[in-house]
Design a protein around this ligand. Structure first.
Ligand code: ADP
Ligand code: MG
Length: 243
């Protein structure tokens, strides 16, 4: 492990689907305790990149460096063991089961349901993500379902938590609540990789932004020091008309 270095570095990471490069030589560094945006239009390669970081997709080439050491991440379980948690764009929850049962399914067997429920309640209070462990998922809103996914990730005590377009399913009030949760994670020294195509929220909550376009990095910046127009240009190219 490297003292003072990035928590995660990605070097020349590429993912081909056939001959199509969804990610094409991506370089990226995430520091401890930062909220790092991955910004880009639909189809830019954001989800493909984070699926490689979470062991869902195997890279075609390139390197993932975790705390100074090159790692292979062959599965989500391997990612979790390293200290990476992820909240997907599309949730994988069992409607007929309760919140606690859903969370228990992703943990190692042998942990009692009441223990899972207690721990989920504790985390949901601590991070401002109200949840009733006994509620059935079928009765919950999409925002509440996302909270289950976040609590489930936090139960593994991740040093990096990845959220893929989390606000796309949230009301503005729920989004504000999520941003408070992310600030708390940051205050604890955890890192957040925050995927979005929404400039205003990236400028509001993120310390760094890496901008992707057509599978390539077109910019890395402090989003608060950019204008919306300059960020938009990195996202869509300089050929764009005035935005
Ligand atoms: P984003 O998350 O930025 O919207 P994605 O990473 O989902 O973008 O997709 C990037 C590009 O890769 C898109 O053109 C998409 O159609 C393509 N793509 C994603 N997954 C696959 C796949 N499994 N097979 C073929 N093409 C894919
Ligand atoms: Mg996506």
């Amino acid at each position: 492990a490297s003292a003072g270095g990035p928590l995660l570095a990605v070097r020349s990471l590429t993912k081909l689907f056939g001959s199509f490069a969804a990610c094409n030589g991506i370089d990226l560094e995430i520091q401890p305790g930062e909220i790092h945006a991955l910004l880009g239009e639909n189809g830019a390669g954001k989800s493909t990149l984070v699926k490689m970081l979470f062991g869902v997709l195997a890279p075609t080439s390139g390197e993932i460096v975790w705390k100074g050491e090159a790692v292979r991440i062959p599965s989500p379980g391997a990612a979790r063991r390293l200290g990476i948690g992820m909240v997907f764009q599309h949730f994988s929850l069992f409607e007929a089961l309760t919140v606690a049962e859903n969370i228990a399914l992703s943990l190692s067997p042998g942990i009692s349901l009441s223990k899972v429920a207690d721990e989920a309640s504790r985390l949901s209070h601590l991070y401002g993500l109200p949840l009733d462990p006994k509620a059935h998922v079928a009765d919950l809103s999409v925002g509440e379902r996302q909270r289950i996914e976040i609590v489930r990730a936090l139960l593994q005590n991740p040093e990096l938590i990845i959220l893929d377009e989390p606000t796309s399913v949230l009301t503005p009030q729920e989004a504000d609540r999520l941003f408070e949760t992310l600030d708390k994670l940051k205050a604890e020294g955890r890192s957040v990789l925050y995927i979005s195509h929404r400039l205003e929220e990236v400028q509001r909550i993120c310390d760094r932004a890496t901008v992707l376009r057509h599978g390539k990095v077109t910019g890395a910046c402090d989003p608060r020091k950019e204008t919306p127009a300059s960020l938009a240009r990195m996202m869509v190219g300089s050929d764009v008309a005035s935005v």
